[in-house]
Structures are given as structure tokens and as C-alpha cells.
Design a protein around this ligand. Structure first.
Ligand code: ATP
Ligand code: MG
Length: 293
């Protein structure tokens, strides 16, 4: 996988003088093109509650947008590395990943990997990212590290989607500071709303201190089981509080969605006719429609 790493700077230095001049011109031209391009919209997928469908939604919304020919970068900002393995990227010992970009050792474009899905790239991660959260505490601009590292690559993508860990620590604060909006997956279960007040308050304080324009992309109901009465009651309760901020699309409980990460595939590669695939395509349509409004 790592052989796919984007290496345009390495290439630049690995050529003879004649090729070098040509490449320099090409590179300058491509930079001019990039300058004129729009910057990516950045979305954090966050909820400090564990197991609510953050990673499943980050992977499959990214893959659905890529299927619609949008250039998408998925950033795995959870040391569990589930988004990386979920798209088939295994980070080995000594491989560079998000941690090295966070600490400034390596520029972000050198840790980007092309996935098997056309138009979908990823900045993968591994458990080493846990150290970043601790090391960040003593670094200047500790809340803006992710914002800064994404800055030079924004023009290469239409959307950058950040999968957050189940906590409200510095990794999530960095994701919220770097993002234009936040998408909150919620599982339709009894304690769904638990902790939501804390998440909303963290979003408010990031907005106040670091990112005035941050807004709610939407609440997404996940693992919806239409045969379960409790699921309907929870959905009604959530919509009473957050009506206008909820996605109309609801993600059903679908066993194919829970199987595909172990095959390192998005739902579209694993089972494109499943109810899960249809739901994430609907979500991508609703998401894109919201961008136009
Ligand atoms: P964490 O907080 O640990 O990062 P998460 O919020 O990212 O978890 P996921 O890993 O996406 O949650 O999902 C939790 C579990 O539920 C996983 O085993 C996943 O495969 C499964 N799952 C997610 N969405 C669905 C769904 N719609 N139908 C069935 N299973 C699902
Ligand atoms: Mg996750």
C-alpha cells in the first residue's frame, strides 16, 4: 500500500538536470492550477460516545462521495486505526503516518496513501498516535496542529473527512479546530443522548476560542432497527431536540456494514446492493444537496 504514497517532492529531487528543469516548470504550472482551485471542505465525524458508528460513517460517506467522483481525503485521527484498516491500509512498525505529520517530522502529503477506491485517499494512523495526544500538551499551538498540517493539501481535495476518537481530548479538539463542520453519528439506543450536552459544549468552546465558523453539519441516526420500538422512541426524542439539525437519511442496522471493515473494504466494494450501501449513498446525496443550499 505504502508504495502508493504521493511523492511529488521526492520525484522532483530524483531526476537529472534537464528533466529537473522540465519538472520544475510542470510543478510550477501545477501549483498555479492548484492556487486557482477551491479548497476542500473539512468535516469532523465526532461523538465521544464509543461504538456509535463514527468510523463506519466516515469510511462509507467518504467512499460514497468518491463514487460520485469527488476527490476525498479520509483522515484517521483515532489511535485505534479502524478507519485505516477499514479501507484496507495496514500501518506497519516504522511506517510514517498521522503521528509524524502531527509532530512536524514529515509533511502531510508524504503520509497520504491512495486506497483501492478511485478518488479516495487516506492519512492512516496507528496506536502511536496516542503519544501525540500527550506530546501535544507542551507544544505551541497545540489545538491548531491538524489545521496547519492540512493547510498545504486542502486544494487537492473536494472533501476532507476526519474520523475522531471516542473522547473529547486534544485529538478531537484539533479535528474540530481544523474543520468547517461537524457530523455527529448517534446510535438509536437508550443512552443515545447521554454525553451529547458535553459534546455540544466542547463544540461551543472550540468555536469561541479557535474556530468561529464551525457549524453542525448534522446529527446522523445510525444502526436504526425499524422493528424495534425503542429505536423509534429514541429517534423521536432526538428529533424533538434537534429537528432541523438532523439528517433525513437514517442508517439502518445492516450486518453487511459490520462485516466489511474486516475485509478492508467500503460497503460499496463489499456489497453494493445492501441496505447499508443504499443508505450511505442517500446520505452522500443529502450531504451534497445541503452544500448547495
Ligand atoms: P469508536 O468509538 O470505538 O471509534 P465508532 O463510533 O467509530 O466506535 P464504529 O466502529 O463505526 O463506531 O461501529 C461500532 C460497531 O458497530 C462496529 O463493529 C461496526 O461494524 C458496527 N456498526 C456500525 N454501524 C453499523 C450498522 N449500521 N449496522 C450494523 N453494524 C454497524
Ligand atoms: Mg471509530
Amino acid at each position: 500500500m505504502f508504495k502508493n504514497r504521493i511523492r511529488f517532492l521526492d520525484n522532483f529531487y530524483c531526476c537529472n538536470v534537464k528533466d529537473g528543469i522540465k519538472l520544475q516548470l510542470d510543478f510550477a504550472k501545477s501549483l498555479q492550477r492548484i492556487d486557482m482551485k477551491k479548497e476542500a471542505k473539512i468535516i469532523a465525524v465526532a461523538n465521544q460516545k464509543g461504538g456509535v458508528g463514527k468510523t463506519t460513517s466516515a469510511i462509507n460517506l467518504s467512499a460514497a462521495l468518491a463514487k460520485k467522483k469527488k476527490r476525498v481525503l479520509l483522515v484517521d485521527s483515532d489511535p485505534q486505526g479502524n478507519a485505516s484498516s477499514g479501507v484496507g491500509v495496514a500501518v506497519k512498525k516504522n511506517d510514517n503516518h498521522l503521528y509524524q505529520a502531527y509532530t512536524g517530522e514529515i509533511p502531510a502529503h508524504n503520509v497520504i496513501i491512495h486506497t483501492e477506491t478511485p478518488h479516495l485517499d487516506i492519512i492512516p494512523t496507528s496506536i502511536d498516535l496516542v503519544a501525540a495526544e500527550i506530546e501535544l500538551i507542551s507544544l505551541p499551538n497545540r489545538e491548531r496542529r491538524l489545521f496547519s498540517l492540512l493547510e498545504p493539501i486542502k486544494t487537492h481535495y473536494d472533501y476532507i473527512i476526519i474520523d475522531c476518537p471516542p473522547s473529547l481530548g486534544l485529538l478531537t479538539v484539533n479535528a474540530l479546530t481544523a474543520s468547517h463542520s461537524v457530523l455527529i453519528p448517534m446510535q438509536c439506543e437508550y443512552f443515545a443522548m447521554e454525553g451529547l450536552a458535553q459534546l455540544v459544549s466542547t463544540i461551543r468552546s472550540v468555536k469561541k476560542s479557535f474556530n468561529h465558523d464551525l457549524y453542525m453539519e448534522g446529527l446522523l441516526l445510525t444502526m436504526f432497527d425499524k422493528r424495534n420500538k425503542l429505536t423509534h422512541q429514541v429517534a423521536e426524542e432526538v428529533s424533538r431536540h434537534f429537528n432541523k439539525q438532523m439528517f433525513k437519511t437514517v442508517i439502518p442496522r445492516n450486518v453487511r456494514l459490520s462485516e466489511c471493515p474486516s475485509h478492508g473494504q467500503s460497503i460499496f466494494d463489499y456489497d453494493s446492493v445492501s441496505s447499508g450501501a443504499k443508505a450511505y449513498l442517500d446520505l452522500a446525496d443529502e450531504f451534497l444537496k445541503n452544500q448547495r443550499n
